[in-house]
Ligand binder design. Sequence first.
Ligand code: PLP
Length: 394
Amino acid sequence: MLETLQPAKPDAILALMEAFKADPRDTKIDLGVGVYRDADGRTPVMRAVKAAEARLVERQDTKSYVGLAGDPAFSDALSALVLGDARPAGRLAMVATPGGTGAVRQGLDLILQAAPGATLWLPDPTWPNHPAIASHIGMPVRRYRYFDDATGGVDFDGMMADLRGVPAGDVVLLHGCCHNPSGADLSLPQWREVAALLGETGATPFVDIAYQGFGDGLEEDAAGLRHLIGAVPEAIVAASCSKNFGIYRERTGLLMAMAPSADRLKVTQGALAALNRLNYSFPPDHGARVVTEILSDAELRADWEGELSSIRNGMLDLRRQLAEALRTRTGSDRFGFLAAHRGMFSRLGASPEQVETMRRDHGVYMVGDSRLNIAGLNARTVPVLADAIVAAGV
Ligand SMILES: Cc1ncc(COP(=O)(O)O)c(C=O)c1O
């Protein structure tokens, strides 16, 4: 049977990691893989995570199963972090999931079950796993305009024009903040316009928020999503703790489904729990407990927020340094968008040939669509990258 199996499509980012490893140059720079790195190139365990884990080891007296939806204290704590005062009372169904990817998968499965004909509208570009998961489960996908390569910003007019054409009953996926791969985010007034439009057309928003706290701050990064939640009757939200708690391998995420009425809550919650049961039964628990411990303890929370602020400010600083290095070298502000982008990624707008030239001549590794991981830089490598960008004629 396995003789007929076709090879899986190679993952471009994993292939890039392999090529980087094999490159003997000690001046090479890895801007490909999507994890946060500090100035020494490490992805450290955050202090509050270490402390919370120590407490759990001390206190935990069983590893028995939890509920199918995970620990309710985790859903409560994380939904409060993401949605704040916008949390709809009595209408929010929630399940813990294996990371943000698990939340995206369960959210799309829920839609497929509730509205089998619905099309998923994705921003162009988007995280490649969005279309991959949708097509894996047989959900039709269409794109709406999002990033403008010419300006390095959001093509908001194009986006609104495309969203105006999305029929009621279809689903529009939005990145909560720190858009991956472009780094270009909607402003709060633009979120308001999108929310009003979706309220009018009857399309359902699906917000994927995987970098809360990596843009402008925990509250600021969720402001658009929170406004949207108040402006539409139903919505799906997938949240990841991988980046902002630095617990990538613990697989910690939450899927929230805002039901249109309190009457629909029970059936929505039941459907989500059943999907967990079908796909993997009980969701992972360790990371969820670590997050709950941090969010519900004032001291741990303050320490976590402090460390998250330093991470964010470090990335903002690198953005400014890179934009400035390019301004000096080109005598123009055309790379100013790099300082305006938010989160770990920016799309440079380079052609595949230019990306290849930077790799070959300068040992600079970025994804083929010219997405670069800002957190892969440091004060020493910013000038190297700026030289490579200019030399490749970007
Ligand atoms: C846009 C987006 N959504 C979701 C995820 C899922 O992250 P994880 O499954 O590691 O929590 C990522 C991670 O790269 C992402 O960039």
